[in-house]
Design a binder for this molecule. Structure first.
Ligand code: KIV
Ligand code: NA
Length: 279
């Protein structure tokens, strides 16, 4: 399967086919996701928490993003990859935003970049990056980089006025030239309203079932990241438990000198060579 393009996504939307989107941060995971047939991979700045062990996404740097986007690209050469713009990589100026978005394209071969927010400054950045020839995905609703201003990591748009504001943000980001918008952490009714009026693919994470596609953080949905699990996450596996049990078994077998005792896991040597060697 060839890497999908915006034309493929437009066609999927018009046919009512859902776009399947997952985060990945490393080679192995991206490889499995491509094998599983995921349509789009996000190298999210959530890698700060999931892969680097920070409490928030704030410390993530452009160098972190480039490195992890490269790894994901190597694992999923035929999948549409979106690289997230980390905090303060696009806020300060159009020039800086274009240069940083360009790094993800030039150094990591991503297909698009994503940035958070829906105000006038973000519209300006979306427009500038888009005019430089780069596909931009918007991200509205629960936007972790605006954590302080939105009052923490919690659902957004739950009052009529707040819902209207998010619908307006979608309009602003679309008008600025985004090729798609990710809507995070809003009631299903808000996800639906945005999707119905949009002319571009609307992807949701914790935004109900009406969006054109769905995203989850892979480490949440396979049960690997257990520091915090949002309400909208469905656990499809308990990989964290599987790995921990494997590590425990290994610990026990090595301590008990039970590994590696079998010939299957040991290099052999011909008897004659052993004799000559030990003589
Ligand atoms: O960084 C990320 O993974 C994201 C999603 C949570 C939306 O931006
Ligand atoms: Na992000």
């Amino acid at each position: 399967m060839a890497r999908k393009t915006i034309n493929d996504f437009a066609q999927m939307v018009s046919k009512g086919e859902k776009i399947v989107y997952l985060t990945a941060y490393d080679y192995l995971t991206a490889k499995m996701q491509e094998k599983a047939g995921v349509d789009m991979i996000l190298v999210g700045d959530s890698l700060g928490m999931v892969t680097l062990g920070y409490d928030t996404t704030f410390p993530v740097t452009m160098d972190d993003m480039v490195r992890h986007c490269q790894a994901v690209r190597r694992g999923a050469p035929n999948t549409f990859v979106v690289g997230d713009m980390p905090y303060m990589s696009y806020q300060t100026s159009n020039e800086q935003a274009i240069a940083n978005a360009g790094r993800l394209i030039k150094e990591a071969d991503v297909d698009a970049i994503k940035l958070e927010g829906g105000g006038p400054m973000i519209a300006e950045r979306v427009k500038a990056i888009q005019q430089a020839g780069i596909l931009v995905m918007g991200h509205i609703g629960l936007t972790p980089q605006l954590m302080g201003q939105i009052g923490g990591y919690k659902a957004q748009g739950r009052s009529a006025a707040a819902a209207m504001k998010i619908v307006d943000q979608a309009k602003v980001v679309e008008a600025a030239g985004a090729f798609s918008i990710l809507v995070e952490g809003v009631p299903a009714a808000v996800g639906k309203a945005i999707t119905e009026r949009a002319g571009i693919p609307i992807l949701g994470i914790g935004a109900g079932s009406y969006t054109h596609g769905q995203l989850l953080i892979y480490a949440d949905m396979v049960g690997m990241y257990d520091n915090f699990t949002p309400k909208f996450v469905k656990k499809y596996a308990n990989v964290g438990e599987v790995l921990t049990n494997a590590f425990k078994e290994y610990v026990a077998e090595v301590r008990a000198a039970q590994f590696p005792v079998d010939a299957e896991h040991t290099y052999g040597m011909k008897e004659a060579d052993v004799k000559e060697f030990l003589a």
